[in-house]
Ligand binder design. Structure first.
Ligand code: HEC
Ligand code: HEC
Length: 236
C-alpha cells in the first residue's frame, strides 16, 4: 500500500507529458482535417442551436466577458479552438460537453458550424474598457502585436491567429492573462514569451485599444439587428 502511494504519483508524472502531447496531436489532426473542408453554413445553423444558450442568438457573447463574442471570428480560428477544447488542449469546463461527438460528430460538423458563426455580423456595442488608455495601448500594439494579429486587429486566417477587433474588453484581458500564466495550453509559444514582461497597466491599455478597433463596416450588424434564425430564443 505504502509502495503504491509512492509509485502512483511517479506514474502519473511520467504519463502526463505524454497525455499532453496526445492532446496536442489529436487537436492538430482534427484541425487539419476540418480546416480544409468547405463548411456548409446551412448545416452549421442547425448545430448552432446548441451554442445559443451561452454565446447568444447573434454570437455576441456578453459584455462582462464571461462569454466571448464568436460572431465574425475567422473560420480557421473557430475550428482551431473547437478542436483544442474538444481534445482538452484548451480548458473550458463549461463548454466541453458541447464539443462532444453527439453534437459535433466530426471535422465536417466543426467546419459547418465555423462557417455559420464566422458569417454572423458582429455587435457594434462590444465592451471597450478604459478608452483613456487606448492611445498608449495603440503604441504597444503596433510594436508588439500587429505583426501577428494584424494592423487592424483582423487576425490571420492562414496562421489561425484570432481577430481581436471588436471583442469584449474583459474577455480579452482574461485570455491575455491566462495565456501569459501558461494556463491556456494551446497558446502561441512565441506570444507567451513576448508578453511576460508586460505590467498590468500595459495589459489593460493594449486590450482597451484592441476592443476599440473597428471591424470593417460590412462585418458589423446595423443598430437593432437581431438574428432571424433564432427568433424564439429571445426574451420578450
Ligand atoms: C455552457 C456555455 C457554452 C456553450 C453551450 C457553448 N460555449 Fe463556446 N464558450 C463558452 C465559454 C465560457 C468560452 C470562453 C472560455 C474561456 O474563458 O476560456 C467559450 C469559448 C468559445 C470559443 C473560443 C472563442 C475565442 O475567441 O477564443 C469558440 C470558438 C466557441 N466557444 C464556440 C462554441 C460553439 C460552436 C458552441 C456550440 C457547439 C459553443 N461554443 C457552446 C461557453 C459555451
Ligand atoms: C507570434 C505571434 C503573436 C504575437 C506577437 C502576439 N500574439 Fe496573441 N495570439 C497569437 C496566436 C497564434 C493566438 C491563438 C493561439 C491559439 O491557437 O489558441 C493568440 C491569441 C491571443 C488572444 C486570445 C484571443 C481569443 O479570442 O481567445 C489574445 C487576447 C491575444 N493573443 C492578444 C495579444 C496581444 C495584446 C499581443 C501583443 C502584446 C499579442 N497577442 C501578440 C499570436 C501572437
Amino acid at each position: 500500500m505504502k509502495r503504491l502511494a509512492i509509485l502512483l504519483p511517479l506514474l502519473v508524472a511520467s504519463l502526463s507529458p505524454r497525455a499532453e502531447s496526445l492532446r496536442e496531436f489529436l487537436a492538430h489532426e482534427e484541425f487539419e482535417a476540418a480546416v480544409h473542408l468547405p463548411g456548409e453554413a446551412r448545416r452549421g445553423r442547425e448545430i448552432y442551436t446548441y451554442c445559443v444558450a451561452c454565446h447568444g442568438p447573434e454570437g455576441w457573447g456578453t459584455v462582462d466577458g464571461s462569454y466571448p463574442q464568436i460572431a465574425g471570428q475567422l473560420p480557421s480560428v473557430i475550428i482551431k479552438q473547437l478542436a483544442d477544447i474538444r481534445a482538452g488542449n484548451r480548458d473550458n469546463p463549461l463548454m466541453r460537453a458541447f464539443t462532444s461527438r453527439r453534437i459535433l460528430s466530426g471535422p465536417q460538423e466543426i467546419a459547418d458550424v465555423a462557417a455559420y458563426i464566422s458569417a454572423l455580423r458582429m455587435t457594434p456595442y462590444n465592451a471597450r474598457g478604459p478608452q483613456e488608455l487606448a492611445p498608449w495601448g495603440a503604441e504597444i500594439y503596433r510594436r508588439e502585436c500587429a505583426e501577428c494579429h494584424g494592423e487592424q486587429g483582423e487576425g490571420d486566417s492562414e496562421e489561425h491567429v484570432p481577430a481581436l477587433a471588436g471583442q469584449h474588453y474583459p474577455y480579452l484581458v482574461r485570455q491575455f492573462e491566462e495565456i501569459r500564466a501558461g494556463r491556456r495550453r494551446n497558446a502561441d509559444r512565441k506570444m507567451v514569451r513576448q508578453i511576460q514582461r508586460f505590467s498590468r497597466e500595459e495589459v489593460l491599455a493594449v486590450m482597451a485599444y484592441c476592443a476599440s478597433l473597428r471591424p470593417p463596416p460590412e462585418r458589423l450588424a446595423p443598430a437593432g439587428w437581431t438574428n432571424p434564425d433564432f427568433p424564439s430564443r429571445r426574451l420578450p
